[in-house]
Design a binder for this molecule. Sequence first.
Ligand SMILES: [Zn+2]
Ligand SMILES: [Zn+2]
Length: 169
Amino acid sequence: MTAQRVPQPRQKKSQAIAAFRSTMANAEDLCRREGAKLTPARRRVLEILAEEGRPLGAYDMIEKIAVATGKHPAPVSIYRALDFLLENGLVHRLASRNAFLACAHGHKHEEPVVFLICEACGTVTEATSRALHREIALLGAESGFAPHSQVLEITGLCRSCGAQKAAVG
Ligand SMILES: [Zn+2]
Ligand SMILES: [Zn+2]
């Protein structure tokens, strides 16, 4: 048996804090620009997702809010907050898992989003692509179709799970 390299927790933590800060700063910028309101309920849902850094279902969010505040919020209030966050591109929905993920990228709502989902560890990486945006726009134009949500979910193995699998053989 060989010892496995343990990921550096300190680095991971500072990265997570940076991602959290950039998500919240993006949200505040966007709301100021668009004249939208980041109400306490919307902010709380976004904070929970940004802190988690991985996809969460609506009921997981309710549980987390209940733990933090001692009160169970009504599901409808969570969904309403999520609708706002989705519509403004601050949160994405993973259809295959019916889960939500905070976005720190500050890209436009109409830009396509690609999710790389690891089947082994569940890590979800978000990527965007200008080239893909052009291709999808072209595809839509050819069919006279106006695309609204453009989310691609790709499952497979992340770098570290792929490397582990290769090492095990
Ligand atoms: Zn995004
Ligand atoms: Zn993985």
